[in-house]
Design a protein around this ligand. Structure first.
Ligand SMILES: [Zn+2]
Length: 183
């Protein structure tokens, strides 16, 4: 496996390490389109935070299946908001070849927005983990939905996945077949 270095954003030098270059590029493009949907003041706060806390290695982002929870978690924010990790296999299921369903892409966009919200929490100076983990997660969801990202499809996929051994591929196929032609 080879690691490729992409740039996460157009307006700041944040490396995005990907293993599958083609899928990684699609992820990167989706990330940038989500970034553009986030309010300008949030983007400014994140850029300032990353710019002031960065040390040459961080901030950084990774798109792979080699981090610990990548088989059961779609994304994670670490190092007090300076590292974002995304699960290649989860996004392969959500964005995989041959899938044209716009809705599934919106579920992927929600995951990105949720993780960006965790970075924003850190940019606002919240303690790592917030008051407690549940509050922290609920608030990240609230930020993401307030920015216009729809969580409903992701919730449906997540529910099916959790009932089937965190199998996102299975969950996405099931949701797609339930969605039929209506999407
Ligand atoms: Zn979270």
């Amino acid at each position: 496996m080879t690691c490729h270095r992409l740039l996460l954003l157009a307006d700041m030098n944040v490396p995005l390490h990907v293993w599958d270059r083609e899928l990684g590029l699609r992820f990167r493009n989706l990330f940038r389109s989500c970034w553009d949907r986030v309010p300008a003041d949030v983007r400014q706060a994140v850029l300032f935070f990353w710019g002031s806390k960065g040390d040459g290695v961080l901030p950084r982002a990774e798109f792979s299946d080699v981090w610990g929870d990548s088989h059961c978690s779609c994304g994670q924010v670490r190092y007090s908001g300076l590292e974002m990790r995304f699960s290649e296999s989860a996004f392969r299921a959500l964005l995989g070849p041959g899938r044209t369903q716009v809705n599934t892409v919106e579920a992927a966009a929600f995951v990105i927005a949720h993780e960006l919200a965790h970075v924003y929490q850190k940019a606002l100076g919240f303690r790592p983990g917030g008051i407690n983990e549940a509050d922290n997660e609920a608030e990240a969801d609230e930020f993401a939905t307030s920015w216009g990202f729809d969580d409903s499809l992701f919730r449906a996929i997540q529910l099916v996945a959790q009932e089937h051994g965190d199998d996102f591929e299975y969950a996405c196929k099931t949701i797609n077949s339930l969605g039929g032609e209506s999407s």
